[in-house]
Design a protein. Structure first.
Length: 344
């Protein structure tokens, strides 16, 4: 089978012909139909997230059709349409037992610790599968497993957002654009979108933002204060992962406000001075990944027409174009929201 493999950081992925994976008794062999290109994949390629072992087939955001099942797999059969929860968790540690499986101490990430979806076939534990209804295209089924599930987790589980809250969303890329829709669905009274690209802000309007702010051309904190009667937002979501936008998110909330940081990066932001941090009762929390049951809920919403992903896939490419796709994402060429590798 053909697979896109990382051999060295800061070098293009290699398209290689490698053996089809051998599955264990509790695994399935998945014929990959679509795999999203995520910023986390760029982090792997650039060495921001180093891998323990090379070469590796990356890609963690994928969907397909079951080709074969292991001898002990009971609930799935060849031909089933599925998408994949990319975290293989132990099910036994404190976090798994308390419903926080994304924090599993023993977690293994498909596409980082094991081979992933930039390939014609992938080996996946059967318990990591979610049924994909016929009315959800494979490209949408692929991206909902991360590009939608990550902001869903941040908003629904981590933010404590209440009906009628005013929210700010920093970064209107693959995560932030879907965050606008999800915030709306969960009762946000006003959604303010902040980005440095006018094309991203136009997308923010399309996805339902009430106010859009160009963070490079305008002073985003001043603009947010003006849009909230001088008070600030109830909740701010940061989906970029850089020092500047995290600090802006903290500065944008009202007294007693909450900041949810979901963007991944290696920069160190500065918090408020300790006295103000305490006096204003500002909360800053992290949000990482999601739980399998959240993907299941998203699948239900998309299938029922409650969540529209028809504008979410902006580029569809073949496997041999993967390095071009990574470059487009890094350089934001063509205003990509989600670039998806599509397999025939």
């Amino acid at each position: 089978m053909l697979a896109a493999r990382i051999r060295k950081i800061n070098e293009p992925l290699k398209i290689e012909n490698i053996p089809i994976p051998e599955i264990g008794s509790l695994d399935v062999l998945l014929k990959v139909k679509a795999c999203g290109i995520c910023h986390s994949d760029l982090h792997i390629c650039k060495g921001v997230v180093p891998l323990a072992e090379y070469p590796r087939t990356i890609g963690h955001e994928f969907a397909g059709v079951i080709q074969d099942v292991g001898s002990e797999v009971k609930d799935w059969r060849a031909g089933d349409r599925v998408c994949v929860y990319f975290l293989i968790t132990c099910g036994d540690c404190f976090f798994c037992r308390t419903g926080r499986e994304s924090l599993c101490i023993n977690r293994v990430a498909i596409g980082a610790h094991t081979d992933g979806g930039y390939a014609e076939f992938a080996k996946v534990p059967a318990r990591n599968l979610i049924k994909l209804p016929e009315n959800i295209p494979f490209d949408q089924g692929a991206i909902l497993t991360d590009a939608v599930a990550t902001p869903f987790h941040a908003i629904v589980k981590r933010s404590q957002m209440r009906l009628g809250d005013t929210v700010a969303i920093f970064g209107i890329g693959g995560l932030g654009a879907h965050a606008i829709q999800i915030a709306r669905m969960n009762g946000a009274g006003k959604v303010i979108a902040i980005d440095v690209l006018d094309t991203a802000l136009k997308r923010g309007r399309l996805f339902g933002a009430d106010v859009v702010i160009n963070g490079q051309r305008d002073d985003p904190i001043k603009a947010i204060r003006e849009a909230t009667g001088g008070i600030g937002v109830d909740v701010a979501f940061e989906f970029v992962g850089i020092k500047k936008t995290i600090e802006q998110a903290i500065a944008s909330v009202r007294r007693g406000g909450r900041v949810v940081v979901s963007g991944l990066g290696d920069q160190e932001p500065k918090l408020l001075p300790a006295m103000l941090f305490a006096r204003f009762e500002i909360e800053v929390v992290g949000s990482f990944s999601f739980e399998k049951m959240e993907i299941e809920k998203i699948v239900e919403m998309v299938s029922a027409g409650k969540l529209d992903l028809s504008h979410s896939v902006t580029h569809r490419i073949s496997l041999d174009q993967v390095n071009e796709g990574l470059k487009w994402l890094e350089e934001k060429q063509g205003d990509p929201l989600r670039i998806v590798i599509v397999f025939e």
